[in-house]
Ligand binder design. Structure first.
Ligand code: F6R
Length: 612
């Protein structure tokens, strides 16, 4: 969840590192730090607070070196403080390390190092790493050019948990060593320089050529080379992968916030997701997903496993898989799935949705599914991300980089892509349904309809101004609209800090209605005409008790009186969350803005959750 950036080249490292950290702040932002190799050794400057705070630390101006590592932190072990900030070093500052991940056995390692004369100055798990490397370095009697690398490998062999590490050393002042295990790290290769980052977008403006690291591949970087080694120090051959993301896609492009930009990008991102997977002639095909009719017919269950918003995308498409493919489909929260001993075997297909492709629980659930014999399919936005390297099949959403912590365009692209996958499976299975041609038409029309849904922004903003001081907001929906309000409610709570809950509208009477009192705000989506009358009567119940209501619908609701009625374009109810969520993404955004909050970097959150 922390952000890592590194540079080795001929330019001054500091501005490149700071620039990278600013782009990575969405991964964590409670402290920041840099370390560079200087003539007098390794210099470390770090502080509690954001990257802006780091920039104002006086000592940072003295950093001149052209090799450096940097970090923006999302605290796991030890509160945000100057001491707990990265980089961490050993006592003599021979090694400096930044780390993303969690060292699970750090207590035992601290004890071991303590007995060997090492002292610790922070409460972090990371501080064991430079000290352990130092320990192995000092206990190695062979003095050759691989001595630092050997010490790093020995130290990593002792670490349990996840890590992406950048290491610089006074013993190897012209090089840097990096390694990852279950935590993201990429190397960007340019002319006479190498860039390192936990996320591709942070260094996309410098290069589009990347080395994507596998777990426990050790890389020794110099200015113009990258040598790769396995755990036994055997050289590995590594190919460069070209990433065709546009660097400007990682900029705000005149918008106040990334979130607003990403909301307004949805017509484009959805168009990219559809790509050539569904042609105007209705031909549906998905690259790299060759599953036979025999295999799909043999399935007795499809699981969709994910976390947070990605899990909500799963809930939105579950009915589609069941209706079109006639295969029972279950949606699971990855952190529950991995520990509940699910009934998986070779007759289960397990689909994992993850924007980042780095979510620890989702990856663990994938490994579990594979070990039980199921085929696995990853739906991800990030090329070469960990999940895509573990799964049997990967299909990319192609939504472009998503920088705001609150997911918007990734969600709609996930729902669009999964809807196309459901159609694709149904066609392979030879299932004939009138729904299919209708859905294809509706999917192709989505970019234009999203454009129309975005026009609700002004009236949503007006309503947001009226209710932004609320303490609680309730969201109600039935069927597919229940899946959509779950996502809308999550959006609101994560960026506005207003307590909000989503309920299946019919559940209201079974307890929750006790909380409804005069003035409370209730938001509802109604896109399925077969369920609308039922939801309307639930809304009448809250109106009677004095609630203010915001309704998003594509139906003609006659003379029903709601405080705010937002009309969106009509579409098949099976894919309606792609449109109905749009005004409610805007609702969350404008409320957060009214409250003067940092929309892109909400408190306590980070963009990708690489720890359990
Ligand atoms: C909420 C949000 C999170 C993520 C979740 C999974 O706006 O972004 O709930 O959806 O952490 O992340 P990925 O999709 O990267 O696995």
């Amino acid at each position: 969840m922390c952000g890592i950036v590194g540079y080795i080249g001929n330019k001054k490292a500091k501005p490149i590192l700071i620039n990278g950290l600013l782009r990575l702040e969405y991964r964590g932002y409670d402290s920041a730090g840099v370390a560079t190799v200087e003539k007098n050794g390794i210099n470390v400057v770090k502080t509690k607070g954001r990257v802006a705070a780091l920039e104002s630390v006086e000592a940072i101006d003295s950093l001149e070196g052209s090799i450096g590592i940097a970090h923006t932190r999302w605290a796991t072990h030890g509160k945000p403080s100057d001491e707990n900030s990265h980089p961490h070093t050993d006592k003599n500052k021979n090694f400096a390390v930044v780390h993303n991940g969690v060292i699970e056995n750090y207590n035992e390692l601290r004890e071991f190092l303590g007995k060997n004369g090492y002292t610790f100055y922070s409460q972090t798990d990371t501080e064991v790493v430079p000290n352990l490397i130092d320990y192995y370095y000092n206990n190695d009697s062979i003095n050759d050019d691989k001595k630092v690398l050997r010490a790093v490998v020995s130290a990593c062999n002792d670490l349990h948990g996840s890590f992406a590490l950048e290491i610089i050393s006074t013993y190897l002042p012209e090089k840097m060593i990096v390694v990852r295990k279950d935590s993201p790290l990429v190397i960007g290769k340019a002319n006479g320089e190498n860039y390192i980052s936990s996320d591709i977008p942070a260094i996309l403006s410098y290069t589009k050529d990347f080395y994507l690291l596998e777990d426990l591949e050790y890389v020794v970087l110099s200015r113009d080379s990258a040598e790769f080694y396995d755990e036994n120090l055997k050289p590995i051959n590594k190919q460069v992968v070209n990433i065709d993301w546009n660097a400007s896609a990682a900029e705000k492009d005149g918008y106040d916030d990334f979130m607003l930009k990403e909301i307004f990008e949805q017509p484009k991102s959805i168009r990219e997701t559809i790509g050539s997977r569904l042609t105007q002639d209705g031909i549906c095909s998905i690259e790299n997903l060759e599953l036979s009719k025999e295999y799909l017919s043999s399935l007795n269950k499809i699981y969709i496993v994910a976390c947070g918003t990605a899990m909500h995308a799963g809930l939105a498409v579950k009915p589609l898989f069941e209706k079109l493919c006639h295969i029972q489909t279950e949606v699971d929260i990855a952190s529950e799935f991995r520990y509940r001993d699910p009934l998986i075997d070779e007759k289960s297909l397990v689909i994992f949705i993850s924007q980042s492709g780095e979510t620890a629980d989702t990856i663990a659930a994938l490994k579990l599914s594979k070990s039980k014999g199921a085929k696995t399919l990853a739906i991800s936005n990030v090329i070469g991300s960990s999940i895509t390297r573990e799964a049997d099949y990967t299909v990319y959403t192609h939504a472009g980089p998503e920088i705001a912590v609150a997911s918007t365009k990734a969600y709609t692209s996930q729902v669009v892509l999964m809807s196309i996958v459901a159609i694709y499976f149904a066609e392979i299975l030879g299932i004939k349904s009138d729904l299919i041609p209708e859905l294809k038409k509706d999917i192709l029309a989505l970019p234009a309809k999203v454009e129309t849904a975005l026009k609700t922004a002004d009236s949503i903003k007006t309503f947001a101004k009226k209710v932004y001081t609320e303490k609680d907001v309730f969201f109600l929906g039935r069927g597919i609209d229940y899946a959509a309000v779950m996502e809308a409610s999550l959006k609101l709570k994560e960026i506005s800090y207003i307590h909000s809950e989503a309920y299946a509208a019919g559940e209201l009477k079974h307890g929750t209605i006790a909380l409804i009192e005069k003035g409370i705000t209730v938001v509802s989506i109604m896109t399925d005409s077969s369920l609308t009358p039922k939801t309307i009567s639930n809304l009448q119940e809250v109106i009677t008790r004095g609630a203010k209501t915001l309704v998003v619908t594509n139906q003609d609701l006659g003379d029903k009186v709601f405080d705010n009625l937002i009309k969106i374009p009509e579409t098949s109810p099976l894919i309606s969350p792609i449109l109905s969520v749009i005004p409610l993404q805007l609702f969350a955004y404008y409320i957060s803005k009214e409250k003067g909050l940092d929309v892109d970097k909400p408190r306590n959150l980070a963009k990708s959750v690489t720890v359990e």
